[in-house]
Write a new protein. Structure first.
Length: 434
């Protein structure tokens, strides 16, 4: 009897109309087995066993369809040993009810292994994580960059910044005997603040390169999570990774978002995240953070929780200003190095770009190249980038740091308790902006 016989087609139609009718489904399986279709018979018997796990006829038919010895009447098939059958993980929602203890039951693990290629398990779902997201955690989420080749010598100008960094981090690291003599710990934190686009991240990477330390950059998106408790856990995992791979520089970008003032924070989850950051900065004990250097950057230090800036945490503050003349020359030279230029007077260009940030200078070079490109396209003759293009771009480039200085001026004048922003006051007076 072929599978396409009218009887089998009729039985299939009847089973589709009454899927819970076990005898009818077993009759169809018997017909399929007789027609030389054991795989199809196994599929039907497996569904029948889901509805009637203890049905003896279904078990016997399953054994016949799978080519296993048929047990004698009144006996139960012996379960296969673990060595004979590999373990198969079956979701709880897809497995049939277990037999009562003390009673020999059908070997569901062996059956699932045998029919796995015939019918896929039902209701198979990816295991949910603790946060309920259904997305397994990424083991490489906190990869630490290996020590880079960037050094402070690659940072143009900024002599005062380099001297402060040398005293805070580099000299103790290079002189372990003196460090031990003076009781200088390798723990510590430094807060870099200033207008945007002035190279705070680049300086942090240069420090990691000088120390020969790994670099772990952290932003608010890496920490904050919608699930309760996950933000604190992420913060803990970041510092635990850094401690394991010390020496390591942990760079907290946008600290005003990660460590905002708790008095202004309405959401309790954000306050808990700040509390966790404070705990990690202190370390579990006095030596927990040995070899972990915490650098943070922000454009708004006045929005950072005051507890983060007490001694022992981010206790040193460094103002990173728009690049000085030597730094501007280095930045311009870098961004023009791969472009076709001629007759460039860098000295003159440095003078007319006073007050521009590093990002502004990069945009200036891009705008000059765009001007030369459009001119070449219109005339059909390729020409080099000249001083006219650069000076024209400099004239059109508005210093992006000016809005920041407008806000910082109020802080320097009315909120400089304890001389926290004395270096900012000095700069504003020097530039006659105060």
């Amino acid at each position: 009897m072929s599978e396409d016989s009218p009887l089998i087609r009729s039985l299939r139609t009847a089973v589709e109309a009454a899927p819970a009718d076990v005898p009818l489904r077993l009759h169809l399986a018997e017909m399929l087995l007789g027609a030389g279709q054991p795989d199809a018979a196994v599929a039907e018997v497996a569904v029948a066993l889901q509805h009637a796990p203890g049905d003896a006829q279904a078990r016997t038919l399953m054994a016949r369809a799978m080519g296993a010895p048929v047990p004698a009447p009144g006996t139960q098939p012996a379960p296969a040993s673990p060595q004979d059958q590999p373990p198969v993980t079956v979701p709880a929602s897809a497995s049939a009810p277990e037999e009562p203890k003390g009673r020999a039951g059908f070997d569901w693990r062996a059956a699932a292994d045998q029919v796995g290629d015939v019918i896929p398990p039902r209701f198979v779902e990816a295991p949910l994580t603790a946060d309920g997201s259904g997305e397994p955690g990424d083991a490489s989420a906190w990869d630490v960059d290996t020590p880079g080749t960037i050094r402070l010598a690659d940072v143009g100008g900024m002599r005062e910044v380099k001297e402060r960094l040398e005293a805070a981090f580099l000299a103790p690291m290079r002189n372990p005997e003196l460090r031990k003599l003076y009781g200088k710990s390798l723990r510590g934190g430094l807060l870099l603040y200033g207008p945007p686009g002035c190279g705070k991240t680049f300086i942090a990477r240069a420090i990691a390169g000088e120390l020969g330390a790994g670099f772990l950059s952290v932003s608010v998106n890496d920490v904050l999570d919608m699930w309760i408790g996950n933000s604190e856990r992420n913060m803990h995992e970041i510092f635990r990774t850094a401690r394991r791979q010390a020496p390591c520089v942990v760079f907290l970008d946008e600290l005003d978002a990660l460590g905002a003032k708790r008095s202004r924070t309405q959401h309790s989850g954000m306050r808990n995240t700040v509390n966790q950051l404070l705990t990690e900065l202190d370390g579990i004990d006095s030596a927990a953070n040995e070899g972990v250097f915490v650098l943070a950057a922000t454009n708004a230090p006045w929005d950072v929780d005051i507890a983060l800036r007490r001694p022992g945490r981010l206790d040193r503050t460094l103002l990173v200003l728009p690049p000085d003349a030597p730094a501007r020359e280095s930045i311009l030279r870098y961004h023009l190095a791969e472009r076709p230029v001629e007759n460039i007077d860098l000295g003159k260009l440095v003078k007319v770009t006073d007050g521009l940030s590093g990002a502004d200078l990069a945009h200036l070079c891009e705008a000059a190249a765009e001007s030369a490109l459009l001119d070449s396209a219109r005339t059909g003759t390729v020409r080099m980038i000249g001083m006219k293009d650069l000076l024209g771009a400099a004239k059109q480039t508005v210093p992006s740091a000016e809005p920041w200085f407008a806000s910082a001026r109020n802080v320097a004048m009315y909120a400089n308790e304890g001389g926290t922003y004395d270096d900012l006051v000095t700069y504003l007076k020097k530039k006659r902006k105060l």
